[in-house]
Design a protein around this ligand. Structure first.
Ligand code: SAH
Ligand code: SF4
Length: 360
């Protein structure tokens, strides 16, 4: 198969150029053309010898994913549906906020982990995205958004919080992260790239060694009984193990805290007793909390916590000395808010993890 050069980070591209008998600096040049300048055409690469350009045209491709639709919200949020083939689609969301522009990137078509409150999880799992499809979301969004009046890129932060569990597509996600961080490509700082995980403990340990970026952990429950139910991966990696993994991660993390995400589900996980248990649970882990009002989707069976319940919950955490943000819902009019990303997931034959028991 003809290689797609968007599948390579710098070491990979250097290896590929070595196979072609080309010097390592050629890989750097091509990396810059593809990602820094957004070129998808070898002819644009004016500092490569014509003979090399011709050779590359024969043996390689630069194929960004194609986007099926684009939607723009009244609040400036934009959402693209990327064509993942076989009538599958995954979503990418751009969220402008003052001087910050955050791109929310997907890592899989669907998700096998079946968190009960998540629209992606309810869709089942189809397949992992390739590196080109993951970094292609950044490539495409940069292309679509253009530059700001100062000529700078508008994407300052990337969060792996779109569809899928990034650490379940480990190798491709790490390669894509390397490209995001590479100065020849997007040059984002490790602090501004966040992986969000539901808590796959062994992969958290590997990420700490391979590519420590900022980490968000989808906690959502303060005890194993409840978390087993709503975040079923907890049955495999229970809270004590998860908290220990968070502590280990911090030894090499670019930030000195873990962000704990906590979706606020009415009557499920939002009482003062839950807040007190949560405070106890994270006692040994430097952290910040991000409370996410539940974003509804059809037949979810959940309601978002009431405004006063969220306030009361937040106040208890704050009184215990925690920094707490309550996530603003963005892009609601285009179903681009957290957990609403449904994309299109067909052919869910590869569902791997089944909920063992869900009592609601
Ligand atoms: N799989 C990863 C990242 C994608 S989900 C993870 O679970 O962390 C990004 C965040 O949105 C997670 O914290 C997830 O739990 C949360 N989320 C999922 N469904 C939601 C919903 N309906 N409302 C609000 N947040 C939701
Ligand atoms: Fe997967 Fe994350 Fe949704 Fe859970 S919350 S089903 S891990 S995408």
């Amino acid at each position: 198969m003809t290689p797609n050069l968007l599948d390579y980070d710098l070491p990979g591209l250097t290896g590929y150029f070595a196979e072609l008998g080309e010097k390592p600096f050629r890989a750097k040049q091509v990396m810059r053309w593809m990602h820094h300048f957004g070129a998808a055409d070898f002819d644009a690469m004016s500092d490569l010898a014509k003979s090399l350009r011709e050779k590359l045209k024969q043996v390689a491709l630069i194929t960004p994913p194609s986007m099926m639709t684009e939607q723009a919200s009244s609040d400036g949020t934009r959402k693209w549906l990327l064509d993942a083939g076989n009538q599958n689609g995954v979503e990418t969301v751009y969220i402008p906020d003052g001087t910050r522009g955050t791109l929310c990137v997907s890592s899989q078509v669907g998700c096998a982990l079946e968190c009960t409150f998540c629209s992606t999880g309810r869709q089942g799992f189809n397949r992992n995205l390739s590196v080109a499809e993951i970094i292609g979301q950044v490539w495409y969004a940069n292309h679509a958004l253009g530059r700001d009046p100062k000529g700078e890129r508008v994407i300052s932060n990337v969060v792996m919080m779109g569809m899928g569990e990034p650490l379940a597509n480990y190798a491709n996600v790490v390669t894509a992260l390397n490209i995001m961080l590479d100065d020849n490509a997007y040059g984002l700082s490790r602090r501004r790239v966040t992986v969000s995980t539901s808590g796959i403990v062994p992969a958290m340990d590997r990420l700490r060694e391979d590519c420590p970026v900022a980490l968000a952990v989808s906690l959502h429950a303060p005890n194993d009984a409840l978390r087993n139910e709503i975040v079923p991966i907890n049955q495999k990696y229970p809270l004590a193990e998860l908290m220990a993994a968070c502590q280990r991660y911090l030894e090499r993390a670019p930030r000195d805290f873990i962000t704990f995400e906590y979706v606020m589900l009415d009557g499920v996980n939002d009482t003062p007793a839950h807040a007190r248990q949560l405070i106890e649970l994270v006692r040994e882990v430097p952290c910040k909390f991000n409370l996410i009002p539940f974003n509804p989707f059809p037949n979810s069976g959940y309601r978002s916590s009431r405004f006063d319940a969220i306030h009361r919950f937040r106040d208890l955490l704050v009184q215990a000395g925690h920094v707490v943000t309550t996530r603003k819902t963005r892009g609601e009019d285009i179903d681009a808010a957290c957990g609403q990303l449904a994309g299109q997931v067909q052919d869910k034959t590869k569902r791997t993890l089944r909920r063992i028991e869900v009592i609601r």
